[in-house]
Design a protein around this ligand. Structure first.
Ligand code: ATP
Ligand code: MG
Ligand code: FE
Length: 342
């Protein structure tokens, strides 16, 4: 079965073609990062308009690259939520329109289920069950995954998401949006010994996260340096490094606890922050120590993409799930635990 996947939940237009026998056939992405950069964050109305402009040409490109005509498709999957409602509606209405015209089944996919299953597109995919750490721009969650749609929330952030914390730290350091990669680049030149930033909520049991205290600590440090006229390039790099170490360490401590609590030995890390090299090194050490294994998506499938939506949609379509014809879904808030086994 050949499934076209469409992702438009935020600021990337992603399209991909997944074949349940042959795997991923093609994928393409248009990122709106440059467009939103001058505003320092995503402007919802601009996002929707840009998805409208980019989506059809991107679909054509993916079909051309795979050498497949529209008539060769078997189903269409799109991101139904969570996300920006106007942006979601562009993907949802396009998917439903195409499905109607081509007389195909169509299915709305949960964006975080897409992220969570993205490592399944790699050569050595994780087997169920596993613990998933979802770390993206809007989510920081630990989930026990027993199978597709079988998700038990173990813990989550009580305030900012990890990606959001990176983006805010970047702003404090006058770095460009999106902040994650920029902070990581600056941190590479930083001295890890200069400061030890707080590891929030690691001093008590539990699997929840909090990043607002770390954010305040980062801001206070920057202000003090600035007042002392000591905020030079090295100091900025040292702050970035101390911040990155604190996030990576906090996430690793909670992952270790989640593996302990569930007795599982496979860890999946997905979402934009899973691209972070320091976090990967830290998690590799943590899992190696206990004979566990860690799995990630390839770099470009850590952030939003069409491939993860095509894959997640294909699994559910194979199980017989589909939208009612003419009833597109665009759900801005949608907890992952509400999903069911197909
Ligand atoms: P959600 O998936 O929760 O709806 P989103 O789709 O906006 O949110 P993603 O596209 O998965 O999030 O990830 C984007 C986030 O990942 C941004 O906050 C960005 O700063 C962060 N990020 C990307 N690369 C890195 C990196 N190398 N290090 C740290 N953070 C990163
Ligand atoms: Mg994005
Ligand atoms: Fe995302």
């Amino acid at each position: 079965m050949r499934v076209l996947g469409i992702e438009t939940s935020c600021d990337e237009t992603g399209v991909a073609l997944f074949d349940t026998e042959q795997g991923l056939l093609s994928d393409a992405l248009h990122s709106q990062v440059a467009m939103h950069a001058e505003y320092g964050g995503v402007v919802p109305e601009l996002a929707s308009r840009d998805h409208t402009r980019r989506l059809l040409p991107l679909i054509q490109r993916v079909l051309d690259e795979a050498g497949i005509r529209r008539q060769g498709l078997d189903a269409i999957a799109y991101t139904a939520g969570p996300g920006l409602v106007g942006a979601l509606m562009v993907g949802a209405s396009t998917a439903h329109g195409m499905a109607r015209a081509l007389d195909l089944p169509v299915l709305g996919v949960h964006h975080m289920e897409g992220h969570l299953l993205a490592p399944m597109l790699e050569d050595n995919p994780p087997a169920f069950p596993f613990v998933a750490l979802l770390v993206s721009g809007g989510h920081t969650q630990l989930v026990e995954v027993s199978g597709i749609g079988q998700y038990r929330l173990l813990g989550e952030s009580v305030d900012d998401a990890a990606g959001e914390a990176f983006d805010k730290a970047a702003k404090m350091l006058d770095l460009d949006y999106p902040g994650g990669p920029a902070v990581a680049r600056l941190a590479a030149a930083g001295d890890p010994q200069r400061w030890r930033f707080p590891r929030p909520m690691t001093d008590r049991p539990g699997l929840d996260f909090s990043f607002s205290g770390l954010k305040t600590h980062t801001l206070t440090t920057i202000r003090q340096l600035d007042q002392q006229d000591a905020l030079d390039e090295q100091a900025r790099a040292d702050v970035a490094r101390a911040f990155e170490e604190a996030v990576a360490d906090t996430l690793a401590i909670k992952c270790r606890r989640a593996l302990d609590a569930t007795g599982l030995s496979r860890l999946v890390v997905a979402g934009g922050v899973s691209a972070n090299q320091r976090l990967r090194e830290r998690l590799e050490r943590e899992t190696a120590k206990r004979g566990a294994e860690v799995f990630y998506p390839r770099g470009r499938f850590c952030t939003d993409n069409g491939a993860m939506i095509a894959y997640a949609g294909a699994q559910r379509l194979l199980a017989g799930e589909r939208d009612v014809i003419g009833r597109m879904q665009a759900v801005p808030r949608w907890p992952l635990e509400q999903l069911r086994q197909p």
